[in-house]
Design a protein around this ligand. Structure first.
Ligand code: HOZ
Length: 429
């Protein structure tokens, strides 16, 4: 594969942009080498500036669930843009998207749009604190809820990959209100509530954590979080930035049958444009300004182009009575089976964790249920696998601590090609 153009662009980017990228994991530091620069994307495929074509399992870190440049989204964006790019005063599309979200996720009675998942989680935390008049929050190690100060404590994603799960620049006085616990550990949560009685404003959790690879909640764990928060008078916040509208029309909360008090969204609801949202019980949401005392705002929040893209994505996903989700599930299952078999026949121990169209391949013989398990996986092997797959035209997330995403545009042939590439690469390892 030729890489000269990407290499040249990255050298220039390094002079002008910190680390050469606008979001850390894109720099390939977890796997070594230079990132490639994309010139266009269509369906399940990317083309880099050197003309290489890749099957894409990053899907812009989740939003491209319908594949890249979906015609319905492109046409919605074009016609919205022709009517104006931003108004700073309500537009009808904000009401449409709020209704669509509420219809698919009934626990979200009211919703406020933001510009990113980070903003959504940051604002949901402030709201939980304002509503409960309590300061502390519980989060789980390896979970990543964006880069707001109180959430960058034992965080996943790039923070974990680059060895700074506790970021510099976060005052200890802010971090002290964040109680960090291992995921899937019931006793740790019970002990934290016992030690902080009437002090916990909320638990924030990715119901299926996807920022330290991917691991699933053990049976009954999410139910337990629901019960203990309800009993204590604290709130349960689901960060569904990745899982929302992906693990089913109603996200992880529908899949696992849990109604959280607040939910954070991002990624898919913007159809590939910068959008986040948080919503939940009306009584809580009405504490937000201007209805209540908790302040939150944004010039570009509810932006008409972003709303049009999000509406098109949500409507398209729900056409044909759930066929999109059935296809995502089938593609996920086929990829899972193929990758497992490829590893087995190469004699390599792996854990293939999958939930619907999200997956992760850890190089370890031990099951992965939390961050400590994930950290025991073999990162050198992952690097080898990543680069081997890239050379075969398959783009996986450039870190052992990120989830892979499948879109409805991935065909059976794409999945087959991916499995064949994995067979070849794993045999050589
Ligand atoms: N936080 C995102 C992955 N979990 C990465 C976003 C990006 O680098 O584009």
């Amino acid at each position: 594969m030729a890489h000269a153009r990407s290499k040249k662009l990255f050298a220039e980017a390094l002079k002008l942009i910190p680390g050469g990228v606008n979001s850390p994991v894109r720099a390939f530091r977890a796997v070594g080498g230079n990132p490639f620069f994309v010139s266009k994307a269509k369906g399940a495929h990317l083309w880099d500036v050197d003309g290489n074509q890749l099957i894409d399992y990053v899907c812009t870190w989740g939003p491209a669930i319908l594949g890249h440049a979906h015609p319905k989204i492109i046409s919605a964006v074009k016609s919205a843009a022709a009517r104006g790019t931003s108004f700073g005063i309500p537009n009808p599309l904000e009401v449409t998207i709020a209704r669509l979200i509420h219809e698919r996720v009934p626990a979200v009675q009211k919703v406020r749009m933001t510009n990113s998942g980070t903003e959504a989680c940051m604002s949901a935390i402030r709201l939980a604190r304002g509503f409960t008049s309590r300061d502390k929050i519980i989060k789980f190690d390896g979970c990543y809820h964006g880069h707001a100060d109180s959430l960058l404590v034992k965080a996943g994603s790039g923070a974990l990959t680059f060895g700074n799960p506790d970021s510099a620049g976060v005052p200890a006085d802010f971090a002290k209100y964040t109680v960090v616990l291992p995921f899937n550990d019931v006793d740790a949560v019970k002990a934290a509530f016992a030690a902080n009685q009437n002090e916990i404003a909320a638990i924030i959790v990715e119901p299926v954590p996807g920022n330290a690879g991917l691991y699933l909640p053990r049976g009954g764990y999410l139910e337990f979080l629901r019960q203990i928060t309800r009993k204590d008078g604290s709130l349960l916040i689901f960060d569904e930035v990745m899982t929302g509208f992906r693990l089913g029309p109603g996200g992880a909360q529908e899949r696992f049958g849990i109604a959280p008090d607040l939910t954070c969204f991002g990624k898919i609801i913007g159809g590939g444009l910068p959008v986040g949202a948080f919503g939940g019980r009306a009584a809580i949401m009405d504490c937000l300004a201007p209805a209540g005392p908790v302040y939150q705002a944004g010039t570009l929040s509810g932006n008409p182009i972003a709303m049009a893209a999000g509406i098109a994505a949500l409507e398209e996903l729900n056409r044909h009575k759930g066929a999109a989700y059935a296809k995502l599930e089938a593609s996920g299952a086929a990829l899972e089976t193929g990758l497992r078999q490829a590893a087995k026949s190469a004699g390599i121990s792996v854990q293939l964790n999958r939930c619907g169209s999200m997956f992760c391949l850890y190089f370890t013989s031990h099951p992965v249920w939390n961050l400590a398990d994930a950290l025991k996986s073999d990162r050198a092997r992952f690097k080898q696998f990543f680069h081997g797959m890239l050379a075969e035209g398959i783009y996986l997330a450039p870190s052992p601590f990120e989830a892979g995403f499948i879109s409805t545009a991935h065909t059976a042939a794409d999945i087959r090609k991916t499995i064949e590439a994995a067979q070849k690469v794993l045999r050589r390892m």
